[in-house]
Design a protein around this ligand. Structure first.
Ligand code: GSY
Length: 165
């Protein structure tokens, strides 16, 4: 079985509902099991900053999908939740980014893992380190750490996979 970490964010409409639906869709995939779920954080937008605050969380999944199949599953969930890609880094109903897939280092045209910007993003690192405190960068071996968690506020404490769904 493969272990992957996925970051999920939403900043349009009923943000909690979109996160719950995204996690539910992952969990209901016959080849994905959501094994850990972080708390939900409210986070200031990074990149394109003239947009609403996000809710973000990170999940750990066990999956028999290969990385590209997992990417396709994530993209299907985004589309199912009504994602429209208009502004790059702009508002979205749900965004699912594969952060890590085992200790793989993938540099393909449509998928880069570890996620290239994850080490700079507190909205990724804070929930990731909550569920995987000892995790290290698979290529460098350096532990991830959060230099500055400004703009990341605990919004709903984790109470287990079953409780969110
Ligand atoms: O890359 C994920 C989408 N995204 C986010 C996000 O999920 N949270 C925050 N706080 N800022 C973001 N900027 C982008 S793009």
């Amino acid at each position: 079985m493969n272990i992957a970490y996925i970051s999920i964010g939403s900043n349009i409409g009923d943000r909690l509902h979109h996160l719950v639906e995204a996690v539910r869709a992952l969990q209901s995939h016959e080849r994905i099991e959501v094994t850990k779920l972080s708390s939900i954080y409210e986070t200031a937008p990074v990149g394109y900053t003239d947009q609403a605050d996000f809710l973000n969380l990170v999940v750990c999944v066990a999956t028999s999908l290969d990385p590209y199949e997992l990417l396709a599953a994530c993209q299907e969930i985004e589309i199912g939740l009504g994602r429209i890609r208009d502004i790059r880094w702009g508002p979205r109903t749900a965004d699912l980014d594969i952060l890590l897939y085992n200790n793989d280092n993938i540099e393909a045209e449509k998928l880069i893992v570890p996620h290239p910007r994850m080490g700079e993003r507190a909205f990724v690192l804070v929930p990731l380190l909550e569920i995987a405190p000892a995790i290290r960068h698979p290529v460098t071996g350096v532990p991830f750490n959060v230099a500055d968690d400004d703009g990341v506020i605990l919004w709903k404490k984790a109470d287990g996979v079953g409780r969110l769904l």
